[in-house]
Design a protein around this ligand. Structure first.
Ligand code: AMP
Length: 292
């Protein structure tokens, strides 16, 4: 079943909840791959009704980011999630989610218009580190749309990929802080056979760039192996990752080893810490991470 208005999907979900159904929810921006499918399959196993949203959210893209070019492949997406066991798809238009954004959209801009009054959800501290440092406003856009979608879809459980680890932590924090009765479940990163983490943005890369992009997972594995062999020095471990990625011409944004809950950098690496990396391969921004 496909719904695109807030009132329709709310009515539908409310009636299901009245009948005692456990609702799970997987938010996505579409151009779905096996990573997204894995979330839907897990939700299918653990609930009665699986709701997936497909919405490219303008408020989480910066002014020079790829909102307009983000791949939109709705027909293929619908097939994939149906096969994976999705019951209800929510595919709103931008104006349905942001009714006051008319003017901005007419000007074809993805950035936030400062003249428009807007209520946003904001994280503090943890939105300034890792990706947040390089994408100002991104996580405010993510938290805002996810809270809106939670209010609309009223899920009991929600599934997020650990590929976007910082996003997962910020959503968990939001749910706790705002007293939402939703269980947030983090799901493993799905990778291509050669190790590249699946991402909708991988399709931007040429064959040559795709090969170089492998250095992200190589860097993470090398750091983890060195750690297992006894290296604990944060600087040395980071240096290892940096040199692997720069050899492959990755324009590195960061390599960080942080506490996996607070996201604060650790001086000495320890088991359970998160190694997170981000960089550009050509014009494509890639992220990846691993737990030590
Ligand atoms: P997106 O469509 O990029 O907003 O992603 C929607 C959801 O899919 C998020 O929870 C992502 O973390 C998750 N996701 C994206 N790529 C992967 C992947 N390779 N493995 C697991 N989950 C993923």
């Amino acid at each position: 079943m496909k719904e695109s208005t807030v009132s329709e999907i709310k009515d539908l979900i409310l009636s299901l909840k009245k009948n005692g159904k456990i609702i799970s929810f997987v938010p996505t921006m579409g151009n779905l791959h096996q990573g997204h499918v894995s979330l839907v399959e897990r939700a299918r196993k653990e609930s009665d009704i699986v709701v997936v949203s497909i919405f490219v959210n303008p408020t989480q893209f910066g002014p020079n980011e790829d909102f307009n070019n983000y791949p939109r492949t709705l027909d293929e997406d619908l097939k994939k999630i149906k096969e994976a066991g999705c019951d209800i798809v929510f595919t709103p238009e931008v104006l349905e989610m942001y009714p006051t954004e008319n003017e901005r959209l007419n000007n074809n801009k993805s950035e936030l218009d400062k003249n428009i009054s807007r209520t946003m959800v904001s994280a503090f501290q943890k939105n300034k580190v890792l990706c947040g440092k390089f994408r100002p406003g991104h996580f405010d856009g993510v938290l805002t749309i996810v809270l809106k979608l939670f209010n609309i879809c009223m899920p009991d459980k929600t599934y997020f990929g650990l590929k976007d680890y910082q996003q997962y932590i910020l959503i968990k924090d939001m749910v706790k802080m705002l007293n939402l009765d939703i269980e947030v479940i983090g799901c493993p990163i799905i990778r291509d056979k050669d190790g590249l983490a699946l991402s909708s943005r991988n399709s931007y890369m040429s064959v040559e760039q795709r090969k170089k992009a492998l250095s992200l997972s190589k860097a993470l594995n090398s750091i983890k192996n060195a750690f297992k062999e006894g290296e604990k020095d944060n600087k040395k471990l980071k240096g290892l990752g940096l040199s692997i990625m720069s050899d492959d011409d990755i324009n590195i944004q960061y390599v960080e080893i942080v506490d996996s809950e607070t996201l604060i950098p650790v001086r000495e690496a320890g088991e359970g810490n998160l190694v997170a990396i981000a960089g550009y391969c050509g014009n494509t921004r890639l992220i990846d991470n691993i737990i030590l």
